[in-house]
Ligand binder design. Structure first.
Ligand code: G6P
Length: 483
């Protein structure tokens, strides 16, 4: 029988791919490569595996690259209609699914699931269908497909319908909503989401907290079609009762860790050393530092972090002029008004603290908003305290990266709502991210910690943070799917 199947044995699908293109003034295209867990994972399986990464064209440069047929081996970019992509990505993925899983709504007035929402949902479905079709076309018989994140929740089900022979996995890089919060979604929409996810042979999450939340949601949708049996020997699954393939979906956890080897080498390159000198100058001689590095993301809780810092200066005036809050807040999702407003609020609160508390020789908050990886690493190296206080976070890799590169040990002030808390909580100073007074107390405790204890804790944090390096994280998922 002639096969119309593609040639790839391993496929990865994600909205954001490993490469982006920008059109230069002379009309040429410049490629920029990204990093992250998936990139190191795919390089770990080597070129012989003939893997393919399917991603969306995100900007004009990417679209132009697709049109000109410019590209890289192993990457297929989908030129999905720009408006469809915007409705799916900004409208549904980032304004609904992200909000649901991170519990970001101000519920008296939102969410509002109106006709406009339904229109955007159709776009989300079309965008997922485009991924499913591309994957169906490219995958070899029996290939393994690893679908990523909340952008692509419908892909497993849609792809299963096209290619029942494939092994399909889905990985969530975000938290999963608690069942009462998830229930805000219209009934047909949440059923479609869960059906989409449960088209996979295996679903994976960053921590058991999120995996369990998913199982709680799955147990509720339709007891005649899905059953969630109790855990047996630590393994969890969802059984499909209506005879649809697969007979069950396994649920597992892979806690992505920091890439120690890469970080340690990269953080000692010349550009990082230069940034350290410049930062020291900005901070001032002999001062302590409370460092944070984030995308300017609603869930990261940057504003409350600054309010807690201000509280610290009120409760412990002895720290005035002796500490600086170094906050790097890099632009993210600026197409959304609420992110632009949040970015402005971060700036406003930083300015307010500086004008109320600053002195001629001391700027209490040093805020940088221009993304600069080398400077982030410089701040990691010299941090006395790292503040990681998200209101909810799938993992939070900053919490794992800082202890790995810290020069002299760093106290981690960590929100108990970050996924990383499961692995790092014991050696961190933990905070309730909503509690400003409590966070100020934690900052004081962290600043006052003795160097010996601080170094011991940092060592243990670094060990826990690197337990599952990105390449192994990826291979574990692949092997679990193939088993
Ligand atoms: C989170 C998501 C990722 C996403 C990243 C950056 O970590 O889980 O899927 O890529 O944020 O967000 P962006 O919208 O810029 O891709």
């Amino acid at each position: 029988m002639a096969s119309t199947h593609g040639a790839h044995g391993i496929l990865v699908a994600s909205n954001r791919g490993p490469i982006t293109y920008q059109t230069q003034d002379d009309g040429s295209l410049q490629a920029k490569r990204g990093g992250g867990g998936l990139v190191s994972g795919l390089s770990a399986i080597g070129p012989d595996a003939d893997a393919l990464w399917v991603c969306a064209a995100l900007g004009d440069g990417d679209r132009e690259a697709v049109r000109r047929g410019v590209g890289e081996d192993g990457v297929r970019m989908l030129d999905i209609d720009a408006e469809v992509h915007a409705d799916a990505y900004n409208g549904i993925a980032n304004s609904v699914l992200w909000f649901v899983h991170h519990m970001l709504y101000q519920t008296p007035l939102e969410p509002v699931f109106d006709a406009e929402f339904r229109r955007q949902w159709d776009a989300y479905r079309a965008y997922n269908q485009a991924f499913a079709e591309a994957l169906a076309e490219e995958a070899a018989e029996g290939a393994s497909v690893l679908v990523q994140d909340y952008h692509l929740c419908l892909v497993p089900g849609l792809l299963r319908a096209l290619r029942p022979d494939l092994r399909i996995g889905h990985f969530s890089h975000t938290p999963w909503a608690p069942v009462d919060y998830f229930r805000m979604l219209p009934d047909d929409i949440r059923a479609e989401l869960l059906d989409g996810m449960l088209g996979a042979d295996r679903l994976a999450f960053l921590t058991w907290r999120w995996a369990t939340a998913f199982l709680d949601c799955a147990a509720e949708i339709d007891p005649e079609r899905y059953r969630v049996p109790p855990a047996s020997e630590g393994s969890r699954s969802v059984e499909h009762l209506d005879g649809a393939a697969p007979a069950r979906t396994l649920v597992g956890v892979h806690g992505l860790g920091a890439d120690a080897e890469f970080l340690r080498a990269r953080s000692h390159e010349a550009d990082v050393e230069e940034r350290i000198v410049a930062l020291r100058e900005e901070i001032g001689e002999g001062r302590r530092t409370i460092v944070r590095v984030d995308r300017t993301e609603l869930s990261k809780n940057i504003v409350r972090g600054m309010l807690a810092y201000r509280q610290l200066l009120d409760d412990h005036p002895e720290w005035r002029e002796r500490v600086v809050h170094v906050a790097f807040a890099y632009p993210s999702r600026q197409d959304l008004a609420i992110y632009r407003d949040y970015t402005a609020e971060v700036q406003r609160v930083a300015d307010e603290i500086n004008s109320s508390y600053g002195t001629p020789g001391w700027t209490p908050v040093v805020l940088h908003v221009k993304d600069d990886f080398a400077r982030s690493l410089a701040a990691y190296r010299l941090a006395d305290v790292a503040l990681v206080n998200p209101i909810r976070d799938g993992m939070n890799l900053v919490a794992k990266e800082v202890p790995v590169v810290s020069d002299e040990g760093c106290v981690l002030v960590l929100s108990r709502e970050a996924g990383a808390y499961e692995e790092l909580g014991e050696d961190a100073v933990s905070v309730n991210p909503y509690d400003i007074v409590g966070t100020a107390r934690a900052l004081h405790e962290a600043l006052a910690m003795q160097p010996g204890e601080r170094a011991e804790r940092t060592k243990r944090l670094a060990a826990a943070a690197t337990a599952l390096p990105p390449a192994q994280w990826f291979l574990d998922q692949l092997h679990a799917l193939e088993a």
